[in-house]
Design a binder for this molecule. Structure first.
Ligand SMILES: O=P(O)(O)OC[C@H]1O[C@H](OP(=O)(O)OP(=O)(O)O)[C@H](O)[C@@H]1O
Ligand SMILES: Nc1ncnc2[nH]cnc12
Length: 200
């Protein structure tokens, strides 16, 4: 599908077919959801879907995870009329930080960090990231936020895979994602029927 086209009938999760399959092999994620952000209607519908379950929640601040979580998180924050706090991969912030080790779908050991001068006890936070595969990244972000006493009101991502970590997150936290029920099995098998339209 043309990255910028908007269909007349925008069914639930219509924009998911904009996501591009991996063509570079196993050292990369299995798809690239960020293609959907190029389409303004897709981005806006995606953000609306992510916020839907949180309409009644008091959210003080949106936290987004480096890197693509910044795009989605800041769109969510702007839509909510709230501020945005970046959780960064280690080594970028020039101020006092707290850090957290984690590993993700790549199996590599990584470190993320957050500034110390924004979160505080009682602050109600929504954490946004592009995708939850093993859940390692989101769990580390939750730890960082909670270690500073803030409350995780919920987590939001385009998709939450039914991995052990993904299921743990869904059990423990309020969450939102954009995947209609009938598509979740494709997400869990890491292959979408819509990839066929990308075949060259
Ligand atoms: O659930 P997990 O297995 O931990 O994986 C999820 C994380 O991996 C991806 O980011 P990536 O590190 O590829 O970086 P990017 O946001 O820069 O694309 C994704 O956006 C999440 O942040
Ligand atoms: N951006 C992403 N897309 C697909 N699968 C992922 N797993 C982790 N990050 C991912």
């Amino acid at each position: 599908m043309d990255a910028l086209a908007v269909p007349t009938d925008r069914g639930k999760g219509w924009y998911l077919s904009l996501m591009a399959p991996n063509t570079k092999g196993p050292t990369f994620a299995w798809l690239d959801p960020s293609r959907l952000y190029c389409n303004s209607q897709a981005l806006s519908d995606c953000v609306k879907d992510l916020l839907c379950p949180f309409q009644k929640e008091a959210i003080d601040l949106v936290v987004g995870i480096d890197a693509m979580g910044f795009i989605l998180g800041s769109a969510v924050a702007t839509t909510l009329g709230k501020g945005f706090l970046a959780i960064r991969k280690a080594g970028h912030l020039c101020i006092q930080t707290q850090s957290q080790e984690y590993s993700d779908y790549s199996g590599r050991e990584k470190m993320m960090e957050v500034r110390l001068d924004v979160l505080s006890p009682g602050l109600q936070v929504l954490i946004v990231d592009q995708w939850i595969e093993t859940g390692g990244t989101m769990k580390a972000a939750i730890k960082l936020v909670e270690r500073q006493g803030a409350t995780v009101v919920g987590v939001a991502a385009v998709a939450i895979e039914n991995s052990e970590g993904g299921k743990w997150i869904k059990e423990k936290y309020k969450y939102s994602h954009c995947i209609p029920e009938e598509l979740q099995s494709q997400i869990d098998k890491q292959y979408l029927d819509s990839f066929k339209s990308f075949a060259s």
